[in-house]
Design a protein. Structure first.
Length: 132
């Protein structure tokens, strides 16, 4: 399992594409866009971290770089998760009660069966106390 960096945003896949592939090969963004059959603005936005790498783009990058699509998607997923953890919406996630706690709470205090007469419930409760 890959861990997220603690103190910095993960490197965007566009920056890795630029630094590890385009620059060493001497390929411009325009040339890369042409070879990947995507528009130049799309390529530029990916490289500048302003656009996410989609599964379709990951297939193109993988073919061009002789890597796997999962490599590019995992890089993008790390960036997306980092951003999500630090988003305003993530604050609400802390309010979600884990399922195990819900289960324990429900079974510690079983719900009252409203379909049975109250007298039956009281008798059953008294019998249960006597057995203890």
């Amino acid at each position: 399992m890959r861990r997220l960096p603690k103190y910095r945003r993960p490197t965007h896949p566009g920056e890795i594409f630029l630094e590890d592939f385009l620059k060493p090969l001497g390929i411009s963004q325009k040339q890369a866009a042409d070879r990947l059959q995507v528009s130049y603005p799309r390529m530029n936005e990916i490289i500048n971290g302003k656009r996410s790498v989609t599964p379709e783009t990951a297939l193109r990058l993988a073919r061009f770089t002789r890597t796997e699509p999962e490599f590019w998607l995992n890089l993008q997923q790390a960036v997306d998760l980092w951003d999500a953890i630090r988003s305003e919406e993530a604050k609400n996630i802390r309010e979600i009660e884990p399922a195990e706690e819900v289960f324990e709470r429900i079974h510690r205090h079983p719900p009252v069966d409203l379909g049975r007469p109250a007298a039956d419930l009281i008798r059953e409760e008294r019998r249960a106390r006597r057995r203890r």
